[in-house]
Design a protein around this ligand. Structure first.
Ligand SMILES: Nc1nc2c(c(=O)[nH]1)N[C@H]1C(S)=C(S)[C@@H](COP(=O)(O)OP(=O)(O)OC[C@H]3O[C@@H](n4cnc5c(=O)[nH]c(N)nc54)[C@H](O)[C@@H]3O)O[C@H]1N2
Ligand SMILES: Nc1nc2c(c(=O)[nH]1)N[C@H]1C(S)=C(S)[C@@H](COP(=O)(O)OP(=O)(O)OC[C@H]3O[C@@H](n4cnc5c(=O)[nH]c(N)nc54)[C@H](O)[C@@H]3O)O[C@H]1N2
Ligand SMILES: [Mo]
Length: 775
C-alpha cells in the first residue's frame, strides 16, 4: 500500500516551498508554484532538518557548571573547547533565568548583551532576533546593537547625503523603470546571480532572471566593475573592468574628473538640486591637495589603464545612466567613500531622479532589490521600546567584550562600552559573521555566561555555556513574507520538533515567566493568538490601501495571499526632481549634500565632509602587500545562506577535500606551484586557514576569493599556531570599523598569502556533534 503523503506550505529566506511529509517525516520539497525561478537551495531542507549536527537536548558546558553555576569566578577559558553535559529543560531554563536575574540585579541590565544579530527564520512570529529584543525589553533592557553587517556603513552615511537610506535599503528605482529607460547600467561589484536566491523574510517570486533576460533583449549596456568576472551573468554580456579591490573611489574620481574636464558637469542639476559641489570640485581638480584626480593618477591605484578610464567616462556622458554598487563595496575600510563618490558622479551627470537612472546600491545584492513597490506590511511581535538603552554599532561586538570602559565615536556621537557579564544570542552566528574570529574567540571568553538558542551545533553554540535547542521553521506554525514581495505566506508546521527542540517563542515565554515578566512578554496570548494578531495587523494596513485580504481561516487554508501589483513604475527621487520645493530631502539643506557640513563638523579625517580617496590600511598598493601580496575577497556563498546549510549536500558538493574552495587566477596559482584541488594554507598576521585550490581565469590576478560560510573549526598546527581547518575566511579578515562615521564591518579590507599545505590533515569535524561528557 502506498504511504500517505501530506503537503504543507511554508517559507524560508531562500524561497517558498511545499514540504512533503510521510509518517511524520519530511521526505522532500517542491517549490512554490507561483515562483518563476525558485532557488535549488530549498532542496537542502530534508537533510538539514535531520542533520547530524542538530541540537537534540539542552546542553551545559562543563567548565561553566563547575564555576559560574556554583557562584565561583569564571576562568576566562574553555569556551569552544570544553565538553557539554545534557540536562532537562527545566534545569537549563532555571540556570539561564537565575544568571539573567543575577546579572541584572548585581550589575544592571546594561551588563546583558542582547543584540543578537543574525538571519534566523523567515517567519515573523518566531523571528528569534525580534523575540530577544522583546524579551529584553520586558525584563528591563540590555545593551543592544544598531545597523547591520549588510550595509551598516551606508545606513549611517546616506542620510547625511540624501536625508534617508532609501538608496541602499530600498525601495530603489524599480526594474520596470530601468528596463524602459536606462541605457548604461554600471555595476560596481556586479549584480551576482548567486545572491538573488536570498531575500530577508523570504520571497514568493525570484524575478531576477526575467529582468536580466529582458535587459539583454533591450540592449541595456552593463559594465561589471569588479575583481570577479562572475559577478555578472554571461547572458547579459557585460564588459568586465577588472579593478583592484578597495580602489573604486579612485576610479570614480577619475571618471568625475573626465566628465568635468570635458565641460559636461550638469550645472543646472547641481545648482538646483545639490549643495557643496564647489568643495568637491576644489578637491577633484587638486586645488585643495595639489593632486588632480586624473585618469593618469587613478590608473596605478586601480589597475585600470588611463585611456580605458577616460574612454569609459566619455561613454557615460549624455547617456541615461544608472550607477549602482553592490553592498560589498562598503563592507571595507573607508567603505563610505565609493558610495558618496557614486552619488556625486550621478549628480554631476544630472541623472538623479530621471526615470530608470541615477544612483542606488544593492541591485543584485539580494532578490527583491528593484522589485515593484509592493511594500507588503508585515511585522511580528512589537518591540518594547527602551529609550535609554545603549546600542552599539553591530560590528563592534568583539571590541565591546574586550574593552569595557573604552570611549567610541559613532556618527557624531561618543559612547562608552559597558562591562558585559552575560551574552544572550538567539538566531545568529557571530562565529560566522564577525571578522578576525580568533580575536572574537578571545572576546567570547570574557563574559561570565553565554546563552545561545540554536537548532544546530554552530561554532557559536559550541562557544556557549547554556545551549537551548530551537526548532526550525518546519517544526512550528508561522506567517512570513518580505516587504519587497507580493505574497504573505502561511507557514504550516510540517513535522514535530526534532529531539527536544522548543520554539524560541516558548523558550522566551518560559524565561520571562521565571523572571516575573511573562505577561509583559507574551501578554497571555498563545502562538495561535499571536499569529492571528499578526495577520489582523496586516489586514488593517492593507485595508487602508483599499485591499481586503480574506479572513484568517481562508488565508491559512490557501497557504498564501497575494497583494495587488502597484501601477506604473517607480524611480527614486523623481518627485524631488520634479518639484524640489514641494518635496525637499530630509537633509539640512533640503538638497543632495555633495558636501555635508554636519559630517565635516564631526572632524573625522578618514570620513570628511565630502567624498575623497583615502588609502585603506590593506590593499594591493599597501606596503603590507610585500608580505601578503594577495587581496582576499570573502563574498556571499552561492551554495548556502551564510553559515546555514553548510552540512548539506549542495554545500558539500562544492568543497575541495572537505574544505572551502579558494578561487585564484592561473598566474597566481602558477607562481606558487599550485594545482586545482591542492590544499593550501591561507594566512596573514591575524590567522590562517586551510582551503582547496580552485583555478579560474574569472579572477583578477592579485586577488583571491574565499566565500564565507565554512563552519569555524579552530585547531593549532604542528608549531602551535592557530589554524582553522575548514576554510573560514573570517579568521583572516580585519576587525575595524569602516570609519568613525559608519562603524560598519571591514571584511573586504584584507591581504593574505597562500602556500601549499604539506602538514598532516585532520578530518573536518564541525558538521557533527561537539564532545559530550560520558553520562
Ligand atoms: N568575511 C565576511 N563576513 C561576512 C560577510 C562578508 O561579506 N564577508 N557578510 C556579512 C553579512 S552581510 C551578514 S548578513 C552576516 C550573516 O551572519 P548571520 O546572520 O549570523 O549568519 P547565519 O549563518 O545566517 O546565522 C543565522 C543563525 O540562525 C540560526 N537559526 C535559524 N533558524 C533559527 C530559529 O528559528 N531559531 C534560532 N534560535 N536560530 C535559528 C541558524 O542556524 C544560523 O546559525 O555575515 C557577515 N559576515
Ligand atoms: N547565495 C547567497 N546569497 C546571498 C547571501 C548568502 O549568504 N548566500 N547573503 C545575502 C546577504 S545577507 C547580503 S547582505 C547580500 C550581500 O550582497 P553583496 O554585498 O552584493 O554580495 P557579495 O557576494 O559579498 O559581494 C558581491 C561582489 O562584490 C565584489 N567586490 C568585493 N569587494 C569589492 C571591491 O572592493 N570593489 C569592487 N568593485 N567589487 C568588489 C566581489 O567580487 C563580490 O563577488 O547577499 C545576500 N545574498
Ligand atoms: Mo547581509
Amino acid at each position: 500500500m502506498p504511504r500517505s503523503r501530506t503537503v504543507f506550505p511554508t517559507l524560508s529566506h531562500w524561497g517558498a516551498f511545499d514540504a512533503h511529509v510521510e509518517e511524520g517525516r519530511l521526505v522532500g520539497v517542491t517549490p512554490f508554484s507561483g515562483d518563476p525561478h525558485p532557488s535549488r537551495l530549498i532542496e537542502a531542507w530534508p537533510e538539514m532538518l535531520y542533520a547530524e549536527n542538530r541540537i537534540a537536548r539542552p546542553a551545559i558546558r562543563r567548565g561553566w557548571l563547575d564555576t559560574v553555576a556554583k557562584g565561583k569566578p569564571h576562568p576566562e577559558n574553555g569556551r569552544g573547547s570544553d565538553v557539554f553535559v545534557n540536562v532537562p529543560w527545566d534545569e537549563a531554563l532555571d540556570m539561564a533565568a537565575s544568571q539573567l536575574e543575577r546579572v541584572r540585579t548585581t550589575f544592571g541590565n546594561a551588563a546583558i548583551f542582547g543584540g543578537s544579530y543574525g538571519w534566523s527564520s523567515a517567519g515573523r512570529l518566531h523571528h528569534a532576533r525580534t523575540l530577544v529584543h522583546r524579551f529584553m525589553g520586558a525584563i528591563g533592557g540590555c545593551t543592544g546593537q544598531v545597523t547591520n553587517y549588510s550595509y551598516g556603513a551606508a545606513m549611517r552615511l546616506l542620510p547625511h547625503i540624501f536625508g534617508d537610506d532609501r538608496t541602499v535599503a530600498g525601495p530603489v528605482t524599480d526594474w520596470k523603470a530601468i528596463l524602459e529607460h536606462c541605457e548604461e547600467f554600471v555595476a560596481f561589484g556586479g549584480i551576482a546571480a548567486k545572491n538573488w536566491q536570498i531575500q530577508s523574510g523570504g520571497a514568493g517570486l525570484h524575478p531576477f532572471d526575467d529582468f536580466m533576460a529582458e535587459a539583454a533583449r533591450r540592449g541595456i549596456r552593463f559594465t561589471n566593475v569588479s575583481p570577479l568576472r562572475g559577478d555578472t551573468e554571461a547572458s547579459i554580456s557585460a564588459e568586465w573592468l577588472q579593478i583592484r579591490p578597495g580602489t573604486d573611489m579612485a576610479f570614480i574620481l577619475a571618471l568625475a574628473y573626465v566628465v568635468h574636464a570635458n565641460g559636461r558637469t550638469d550645472r543646472a542639476f547641481i545648482d538646483r538640486y545639490c549643495v557643496g559641489f564647489d568643495r568637491f570640485e576644489a578637491y577633484l581638480t587638486g586645488q585643495t591637495d595639489g593632486i588632480a584626480k586624473t585618469p593618469e593618477w587613478a590608473a596605478p591605484i586601480t589597475g585600470i589603464g588611463a585611456e580605458k578610464i577616460a574612454a569609459f567616462a566619455e561613454r557615460l556622458i549624455g547617456r541615461r545612466v544608472l550607477l549602482s554598487a553592490a553592498w560589498s563595496l562598503q563592507r571595507a575600510e573607508h567603505g563610505e567613500q565609493p558610495y558618496w563618490g557614486l552619488a556625486t558622479l550621478a549628480a554631476m551627470l544630472g541623472q538623479i531622479g530621471l526615470p530608470g537612472a541615477g544612483v542606488a546600491y544593492g541591485y543584485g545584492s539580494m532578490n527583491g532589490m528593484g522589485n515593484p513597490l509592493y511594500e507588503l506590511p508585515i511585522s511580528g511581535m512589537p518591540a518594547i521600546p527602551r529609550e535609554g538603552d545603549l546600542k552599539i554599532p553591530v560590528a563592534r561586538i568583539a571590541d565591546l567584550l574586550l574593552s569595557p570602559g573604552k570611549e567610541v565615536d559613532f556618527d557624531g556621537r561618543r559612547f562608552t562600552y559597558p562591562d558585559i557579564k552575560l551574552v544572550h544570542w538567539a538566531g545568529g552566528n557571530p562565529f560566522h559573521h564577525h571578522q578576525d574570529l580568533f580575536r572574537l574567540r578571545e572576546a567570547f571568553q570574557r563574559p561570565d555566561t553565554v546563552i545561545v538558542h540554536e537548532p544546530w551545533w554552530t561554532a557559536t553554540a559550541r562557544h556557549a555555556d547554556i545551549v537551548l535547542p530551537a526548532t526550525t521553521t518546519l517544526e512550528r506554525n508561522d506567517i512570513g513574507g518580505s516587504s519587497r514581495d507580493p505574497y504573505l505566506f502561511a507557514m504550516h508546521k510540517a513535522v514535530d520538533p526534532v529531539g527536544e527542540a522548543r520554539d524560541d517563542f516558548r523558550i522566551f515565554s518560559e524565561l520571562a515567566d521565571r523572571l516575573g515578566a511573562g505577561e509583559a512578554f507574551h501578554m497571555n496570548r498563545t502562538e495561535g493568538q499571536w499569529l492571528r494578531n499578526i495577520y489582523d495587523r496586516f489586514c488593517t494596513r492593507m485595508a487602508a490601501r483599499g485591499f481586503n485580504p480574506p479572513d484568517f481561516e481562508t488565508f491559512w487554508a490557501a497557504g498564501h495571499v497575494r497583494i495587488p501589483d502597484p501601477e506604473g513604475s517607480f524611480t527614486l527621487f523623481e518627485e524631488f526632481r520634479n518639484d524640489p520645493e514641494a518635496h525637499p530631502l530630509a537633509t539640512p539643506s533640503g538638497r543632495i549634500e555633495l558636501f555635508s557640513q554636519t559630517v565635516a563638523d564631526f572632524g573625522y579625517d578618514e570620513c570628511p565632509g565630502l567624498a575623497v580617496w583615502r588609502e585603506p590600511s590593506e590593499w594591493l598598493g599597501a606596503e603590507l602587500a610585500s608580505r601578503f601580496p594577495l587581496h582576499m575577497i570573502s563574498n556571499q556563498p552561492a551554495d548556502k545562506l551564510h553559515g546555514q546549510m553548510d552540512a548539506s549536500a549542495i554545500s558539500r558538493a562544492n568543497k575541495v577535500g572537505g574544505r572551502s574552495g579558494i578561487y585564484m587566477s592561473p598566474a597566481d596559482a602558477e607562481a606558487r606551484g599550485l594545482r586545482e584541488g591542492d590544499i593550501v594554507r591561507v594566512f596573514n598576521d591575524r590567522g590562517a586557514c586551510l582551503a582547496g585550490v580552485r583555478i579560474s581565469d574569472g579572477v583578477m590576478p592579485g586577488v583571491v576569493c574565499l566565500p564565507t560560510g565554512a563552519t569555524f573549526e579552530p585547531l593549532t598546527d604542528a608549531t602551535g599556531r592557530p589554524l582553522e581547518n575548514h576554510g573560514n575566511p573570517n579568521v583572516l579578515t580585519k576587525d575595524i570599523g569602516t570609519s568613525r562615521l559608519g562603524q560598519g564591518p571591514s571584511a573586504q579590507t584584507c591581504l593574505v598569502e597562500v602556500e601549499r599545505y604539506d602538514g598532516a590533515l585532520r578530518p573536518v569535524r564541525v558538521l557533527g556533534q561537539p564532545p559530550f561528557e560520558a553520562a
